[in-house]
Design a protein around this ligand. Structure first.
Ligand SMILES: Cc1ncc(COP(=O)(O)O)c(C=O)c1O
Length: 352
């Protein structure tokens, strides 16, 4: 099926991706939870449309340029949450332009960001929905206390050009209890000020099937679930059969009986370990480890005879699917009744 594809190449089984999308949507529907997938995993409008078809209410992007690429690629992507603190005139202008085309909301975790958004939107006579980002234990962005969330919500509510949209968090793995406690406390404090909290949005594929343990959340933003990857298999939340994305590589050298070299290195698999040992899982060969990468070489090792020959092709489930799709202009989509076809990845490499 993949003989004509030059390696290294990224393959996506659309049947598996669709099954992954539908499985989580069914779970979310059964718990009254809205789904707003993060597009960081696929970066493709066509796959975002599959998520909308299943029932997603909109998409999540991390950066404005990512959102621009997604919106430009589909007139159905009309509701975008950008989960990032936006600063600086250039970005504020780009955000304004985008929000003239589609519904856009952003997050903020500090007064400087809120004030910048307010100045830009008030000057333009426009209104922007803003969430307060809360730190529920992942220790990235986010206000650290429910009282700080309430203070910032009040600032947003009072700011010209802004509308308070609710609370957002990207929790740590296993963080449902913390999400429930933090968000409930913050919501109560904000409502006590007479401000409504329309949406509470949480996310993260590792815990998505236990999202109901934080019932205060009204919306969930899974990203990796669409493709899955070795990190999620290692966490025991999915299986190799549910991994839609693989890297196709060719063995270019077998310099020793227990060592082989493939044509996929860090430029394709990336060096993201996500806490794992090795750089991916060779499908059908759990005995092989990918123990070293240079840009264009991947080194495979086995305890005994590696049993690979020069020219042979293998498929690898990468540690982290999202970073792999950032490395390629296109992925080969295929399915049970679909021959491989190269689809572009328009929102790759979008970092501003
Ligand atoms: C803000 C935010 N929301 C949602 C997600 C999706 O997480 P996951 O890929 O674990 O589903 C991410 C991932 O980095 C994120 O940063």
């Amino acid at each position: 099926m993949f003989e004509k594809i030059q390696t290294p190449a990224v393959l996506v089984d659309l049947d598996v991706a669709r099954r992954n999308i539908e499985r989580f949507q069914a779970y979310a529907d059964s718990h009254g939870l809205k789904v707003r997938p993060h597009i960081k995993t696929h970066k493709m409008p066509a796959i975002a449309e599959m998520q909308l078809d299943a029932g997603a209410v909109g998409i999540t992007c991390q950066k404005i340029s990512e959102a621009e690429a997604m919106v430009a690629g589909s007139d159905r992507l009309t509701d975008v949450l950008i989960t990032y603190n936006i600063l600086g005139d250039d970005k504020l202008h780009a955000l304004l332009d985008l929000s003239r085309k589609v519904r856009v909301a952003v997050v903020a975790d500090n007064a400087t960001v809120v004030d910048g958004l307010s100045a830009a939107y008030a000057a333009a006579g426009a209104t922007l929905e803003v969430f307060v980002e809360c730190n529920t234990g992942a220790d990235r962005c986010g206000v650290g206390l429910p009282s700080e969330a309430a203070e910032l919500a009040a600032r947003i509510d009072a700011a010209p050009g802004l509308q308070f949209a609710g609370l957002m968090t990207y929790p740590p793995v296993g963080g449902a209890e913390k999400v429930q406690a933090f968000m409930t406390a913050a919501k109560d404090l904000i409502e006590a000020k007479g401000i409504a909290v329309p949406v509470i949005t949480s996310g993260g594929s590792p815990d998505m099937m236990t999202a109901h343990l934080a019932p205060v959340a009204t919306e969930f933003r899974p990203g990796t679930y669409v493709y899955n990857d070795r990190s999620l298999v290692a966490r025991g939340v999915t299986s190799w059969d549910d991994c839609a994305l693989t890297v196709l590589a060719t063995v270019v050298s077998v310099p020793a009986p227990n060592r082989a070299i493939i044509d996929a290195g860090s430029k394709t698999l990336t060096s993201d370990l996500l806490g794992l040992v090795g750089h991916g899982h060779v499908l059908g060969r759990p005995d092989i480890s990918i123990d070293q990468l240079s840009e264009e070489h991947g080194r495979l090792r086995s305890e005994g005879d590696i049993g690979l020959t020069v020219g042979q092709r293998i498929r690898i489930v990468p540690n982290h699917a999202c970073v792999v799709t950032n490395m390629v202009d296109g992925v080969y989509v295929y399915g049970k009744n679909r021959a491989p076809e190269l689809w572009p990845v328009p929102a790759r490499g979008k970092i501003v």
